[in-house]
Write a protein that binds this ligand. Structure first.
Ligand SMILES: Cc1ncc(COP(=O)(O)O)c(C=O)c1O
Length: 363
């Protein structure tokens, strides 16, 4: 295989996955809890399609709200310990939906420089100013908020590339008195962080009405679609004012059936979070012993920092020849160099992680 050969999935993703018709050990993607090939999600999807067909074919505001949408919103609220939740087509759209509700004309929006593109593209044109602080640089953030009495701070809860957890507790501590709201894109934290898997705020035991999370069901929850959980009043505000929510076709039955099963599982199988953490910690310590600088932040994304772009690409290809996939990622829209995106899941066995580490050693 050359490095231009595209990996095309020819089966479901799990601890192993088949690409281009060949089975590999798989350490990529975002199927952190291993839900994407669980029978419960498949059955949920099939039963929902049998009962409701393939699409609701209308927006929620007209005739497109189904029983399954209401059931999923209730179940997500239960999972999150909130009064209500609001679902929509993707995690990417969540930041547009949230910012359209939070931001007033003339507001200042302050972003971590690594904020996901879905945040940056979502900032309404009517805001007065967008400011950036260095990644997790709290001193710079403190300078940017000085003198303000209102602003929206936007950041990623868990970094998709490095697995770091945002210092949300410290961000809250440095804010002056005033009307400050924090958008946490928690797409990589849902199901992973916190005692109940409720994300970055729960990880720090933060219960602040000024912290808003945008979340996804397409990563740890193994299905698809975005959601925001909160008070009934806030979710109704989204339903009444967010044009992205109002003007788009809602999640279809198959996805809703799978999501309902996934939220049941994430509430019931809390041991998977511990297994995920143990697996990631085990892999990070083995890799460190082999001479890789593998950072472990308590999330399943392991960042190997002592590899340049060409080293990462070579390693990816050699591992691929050895039957192991660790994706080499280089987004065409990003200035940062390409790198390995190494993800351990809750369903990997210690033997599979040992095979990965041996593969890396020989590669
Ligand atoms: C931080 C972050 N936010 C949002 C998204 C988009 O979520 P979704 O895939 O559900 O649209 C992604 C990646 O997919 C992401 O990494």
């Amino acid at each position: 295989m050359t490095n231009t050969d595209q990996l095309v999935l020819t089966g479901p993703v799990g601890a192993t996955a088949s690409f281009n018709g060949k089975e590999y050990l798989y350490f990529g993607g975002t199927n952190y809890l291993g839900f994407a090939d669980r029978i419960e999600l498949q059955q949920g999807a099939v039963e929902a399609v049998k009962k409701y067909g393939s699409s609701f074919s209308a927006s929620r505001e007209t005739s497109g709200t189904g029983l399954l949408h209401l059931a999923l919103e209730r179940k997500l609220a239960q999972f999150k310990g909130t009064e209500n939740a609001c679902i929509y087509a993707s995690g990417y759209l969540g930041n547009q939906i949230l910012l359209s509700v939070l931001a007033n004309p003339g507001d200042v929006v302050i972003c971590d420089e690594w904020a996901h593109p879905s945040i940056l593209e979502a900032i309404p044109r009517t805001v007065k100013e967008v400011r950036f602080y260095g990644h997790h640089d709290l001193e710079e953030l403190a300078k940017l908020v000085r003198g303000l009495d209102r602003a929206i701070i936007a950041l990623n809860g868990v970094e998709t590339g490095t697995g770091e957890i945002a210092p949300l507790n410290e961000v809250l501590d440095i804010l002056p008195e005033g009307d400050f709201q924090i958008l946490v894109d928690d797409c990589h934290a849902t199901g992973i962080l916190g005692e109940h898997g409720r994300g970055t705020p729960e990880h720090y035991e933060i219960r602040s009405p000024n912290v808003y999370q945008t979340e996804t069901m397409s990563k740890a929850l193994g299905s698809f679609g975005g959601f925001i959980a909160g008070s009934k009043e806030f979710c109704d505000r989204i339903r009444e004012t967010a044009t992205t929510y109002i003007g788009s076709t809602p999640l279809p039955p198959a996805v809703l059936g799978a999501c309902l099963a996934a939220v049941d599982l994430v509430m019931r199988e809390s041991h998977l979070r511990q297994r995920l953490r143990d697996n990631a910690e085990y892999a990070a310590s083995k890799l460190t012993n082999l001479g890789f600088q593998a950072s472990f932040y308590g999330t399943p994304i392991l960042f190997i920092s002592n590899l340049d772009e060409s080293g990462a690409k070579k390693l990816h290809l050699r591992l691929r020849e050895a039957g192991i996939i660790v994706p080499f990622v280089h987004y065409p829209t990003s200035d940062s160099p390409g790198r390995l995106r190494l993800v351990v899941t809750a369903t990997h066995t210690k033997e599979e992680i040992d095979r990965l580490c041996n593969g890396l050693k020989h590669a």
